[in-house]
Ligand binder design. Structure first.
Ligand code: 26Q
Length: 806
């Protein structure tokens, strides 16, 4: 094995790869080729370790975790892998000595953007912890040819462009055609009895080949390497020769092309369901391939399926992979010959479900006919699960209303969340508040029947990526103050920072780190938008998917009110304030797209009006993505987490900002509640209604027009939406939406939000007090590390051993 543990050895290894793969020397190579060659060097190390890890798992007969998710928002891997393997310095220096800027080579790598937002990024963070905690685990998803669209802003409006990431991004993928599986759609069932057993065969189904493309996942400070297995869809026939021979050339190719659309593109909806048949095909495709491959390997090792649940557990990331339940049943019965009770006993102990949303429009439901025609055998099994469950519910409650609410199949629809709750060993929410809402509201009747199944695991983030890797200045300060790198494996060590809370010199250095990061971001923004940010301004950031419940519009309303104040008194003294936004809208979500346009209209107004000079700036950063977040988080000072209480399951951006020393302005929603528990009122800026007040107000009959009539400032702001700004675009539609319905109660929380923003600005005036709060935020962010969350899954849900970090 090549050693790469010196700059010289690293240079040689890279040059060897350049020669072998691209037939060039370092002098002739492009940045992209350097990136790919470096990736190959690291992969050689990881591949050996991956094989060793697999052998060890097999030898130990250890239980394995299979993490199923429609999304893994991995971002870039080169720097991260080098860092985890402990060769980051050698790699950077080697690249530089070969005549490149290391940062340019790292930036040549496209983001692997196989996800929409929080749910996908969570899966990516958990992969890092699973390897670091030395848990035998595999992630499974689809090898989308195109990830989340690239966003352009043209005339203030979002335009979507395809994300063709694989050209360079495939540097990390290893196709394994020898491990391909066959997946079947459609067809008709034929049943017969033989040997006292019912046999089911599906005839005339169309066949799709699922080819695994594996990505190695190295952990930090360990030789343990797990795998992310991404399934690619291939046709089993290049074309239909019988049609071809009749001269029907186009139709001869059709089947081929149809099949390969399965892995073409990630659906860009987040927290909203599009009931499209292609989406269902995607789900079944990757679930079926996964279950087949897991069962096959299990039988190879153990020779039986009877102990399957002792050796395997599937974690499903929301309901999107819920078909794992009927599919495992199908394989255990139809292929392995088990009867219903045996198969059910194994299945229900093998699957665990994480819920990520309580929004009604995001709860997955599929039309019965779609499942029936596309997956006839799976449909039969779902019906039987539903029937038996309904009997249980009837016996327990004897209440038709509850039977209807908890039903799996009802009104021509299959309700995936109810299927998961009925079948899974555990159901967990992703923050304390969210898990309470699951127990007391969304699944209250199910919870009364089986309370022991309901758990909470508050989300966490990969603190090695989201702090150490992306914020080297802060990392260096932490290493110095906590006397070592212990925090990398033991994030609670960050607590040691607390003793410097009143150390003026330390606080100043913390301020310096932030200032440098702000300057770096300002350069990026200038390149990106042409806007020259005032680095003396407070950097106030809202970066997340655009959704009405997240209330970007509330942020806008407040900025307009500041603008009005400046117009009324151009000489008003004001702390310079820069509001930054990053957000993609689902392409079909018209209101979200209008809000993006509004932010851009407002930015155009504010940035060009002399009264705002040196006081107020607004910037919309185009194409928010993992790699942009990596520049944005370290430079942020204010973190906007302002969803309507009860709507945001957890949030994970909130944790990234906190860890990088930004102060949060937020509602008591999702994991903000737990942030507040560790920080207290004095170290964050809370505002707005609590979840129970929201419910009460809604029940009483909330009247946004009354709020509008009684608040002069708000009145003027809403009216401004109607007039619009200097670009002449009216936002009357958005104003009407607020006045007529205001589903997310922006108007109700407006006053309280403005007061909280005023507190932010007043606090910022005292740099020392601000830096003190910032330090305490960093010091107390350790509980939001993904290592903690994954250890909880391992202990309480999967019951698998893991490396103890302390
Ligand atoms: C489903 C069917 C058809 C098309 C699209 C979808 C779909 C896709 C993505 C539905 C939902 C999503 C994504 C949801 C999501 O990201 N939820 C977020 O999960 C985070 C991790 O737990 C939480 O922190 C956030 O609060 C939650 O919004």
């Amino acid at each position: 094995m090549t050693s790469i543990h010196s700059v010289e050895k690293m240079k040689k290894a890279i040059c060897d790869k350049l020669k072998l793969n691209f037939g060039c020397t370092a002098d002739e190579a492009t940045e992209g080729q350097m990136m790919r060659a470096s990736a190959l060097v690291l992969r050689e190390i990881m591949a050996d370790r991956e094989i060793a890890t697999k052998h060890e798992t097999r030898a130990k007969k250890a239980r394995q975790v299979h993490y199923l998710s429609m999304e893994f928002l991995m971002g870039r891997s080169l720097k991260k892998n080098a860092w985890n393997l402990g060769v980051g310095e050698y790699l950077s220096k080697a690249i530089e000595e070969l005549g490149f800027h290391a940062s340019d080579v790292f930036e040549a790598e496209p983001d692997a953007a196989l996800g929409n937002g929080g749910l996908g990024r969570l899966a990516a963070c958990y992969l890092d912890s699973l390897s670091t905690l030395e848990i035998p685990a595999t992630g499974y998803s689809i090898c989308y040819e195109m990830g989340i669209f690239r966003q352009r802003i043209v005339d203030g409006q979002q335009v979507e462009l395809p994300d063709e990431w694989k050209e360079l991004g495939s540097a990390w993928l290893l196709p394994k055609p020898q491990e391909a599986e066959h997946v079947y759609f459609g067809g008709t069932l034929r049943k017969f009895w033989d040997n006292d057993r019912l046999h089911v065969v599906n005839e005339g189904a169309s066949e799709v080949l699922a080819v695994p493309c594996d990505m190695e996942i190295a952990g930090y400070d360990t030789d343990h390497v797990n795998t992310l297995r991404l399934w690619d869809a291939k046709s089993t026939t290049p074309m239909d020769m019988s049609l071809f021979s009749q001269g029907e050339y186009l139709r001869a190719m059709e089947q081929h092309a149809m099949v390969e659309t399965i892995a073409k593109v990630l659906y860009p909806e987040d927290n909203h369901i599009e009931g499209k048949s292609l989406r269902l095909k995607q789900q079944y495709f990757f679930v079926s391939a996964t279950v087949q491959s897991v069962v096959r390997k299990h039988i190879e090792t153990y020779g039986t399926v009877m102990n399957f649940h002792e050796k395997n557990v599937f974690q499903i990331n929301d309901t999107h992979p819920a078909l794992v339940i009927p599919e495992l049943m199908r394989i255990l019965m139809d292929d392995a010959g088990l009867d219903w009770d045996e198969a059910w006993g194994i299945t229900r102990q093998s699957v665990a479900y994480t819920n990520h949303t309580v929004l009604a429009e995001a709860l997955e439901r599929w039309p019965q006919e779609l499942i029936e025609t596309l997956l006839p055998r799976v449909w039969e099994i779902i019906v039987e699960i539903a029937r038996r469950y309904q009997d249980e519910v009837d016996a327990y409650y004897q209440d038709p209303a509850k039977t209807a609410e908890m039903a799996i199949v009802w009104d021509g629809q299959v309700r995936m969340a109810n299927l998961c709750v009925a079948a899974c060993r555990t159901i967990n929410g992703v923050s304390a508040l969210h898990s309470d809402i699951l127990r007391n509201d969304l699944f209250r009747y199910q919870c009364a029947m089986t309370p022991e199944k309901f758990q909470n695991v508050t989300n966490g983030i990969d603190h090695r990526r989201w702090l150490s890797e992306i914020n080297p200045g802060l990392d260096a300060l932490i290493v110095e103050l906590t006397k070592g790198k212990k925090y990398l494996l033991y994030p609670q060590d960050l607590k040691k920072l607390e003793k410097y809370a009143d150390d003026a010199a330390v606080l100043e250095r913390l301020g310096d780190v932030k200032r440098k990061n702000k300057e770096r971001l300002a350069k990026y923004v200038k390149r990106d938008t042409g806007i020259v940010l005032d680095t003396g301004a407070v950097f106030d950031v809202q970066a997340k998917r655009l959704h009405e419940y997240k209330r970007q519009l509330l942020n806008v309303l407040h900025i307009i009110s500041l603008y009005h104040a400046l117009q009324d008194d151009p000489n008003m003294a004001m702390q310079p304030h820069a509001f930054l936004f990053g957000a993609k809208a689902a392409p079909g979500y018209a209101v979200a797209k209008r809000i993006i346009r509004l932010i851009n209209s407002l930015a155009d107004q504010v940035n060009n009006d002399p009264v705002c000079r040196d006081k107020l700036q607004v910037a919309f950063l185009e194409n928010y993505r993992v790699s942009m977040a990596e520049t944005l988080m370290p430079a942020s000072e204010v973190s906007q987490q302002i969803s309507l209480a009860g709507k945001e399951a957890s949030g994970t951006g909130n944790m990234k900002f906190m860890m990088n020393g930004a102060l949060t302005i937020g509602t008591l929603d999702g994991a903000n509640v737990e942030m507040h528990e560790v920080l207290g009122d004095e170290n964050m800026f809370l505002f707005g209604m609590h979840a129970d007040e929201v419910a009460r107000k809604k029940a009483e009959g909330y009247m946004p027009q009354m709020v509008y009539m009684h608040d002069e400032k708000l009145h003027r702001v809403v009216d401004q939406l109607k007039y619009g700004f200097r670009d002449g675009v009216s936002y009357e539609d958005l104003a009407q939406r607020l006045l007529m319905n205001d589903e997310y109660m922006l108007l109700e929380d407006f006053e309280s939000y403005c007061e909280a923003e005023a507190r932010v600005v007043a606090t910022y005036a005292d740099a020392k007090a601000w830096n003190r709060m910032s330090l305490l935020n960093i010091a107390r962010s350790g509980i939001f590390a993904a290592d903690r969350a994954v250890a909880q899954y391992a202990d309480n849900i999967w019951h698998v051993p893991h490396r103890k970090l302390s």
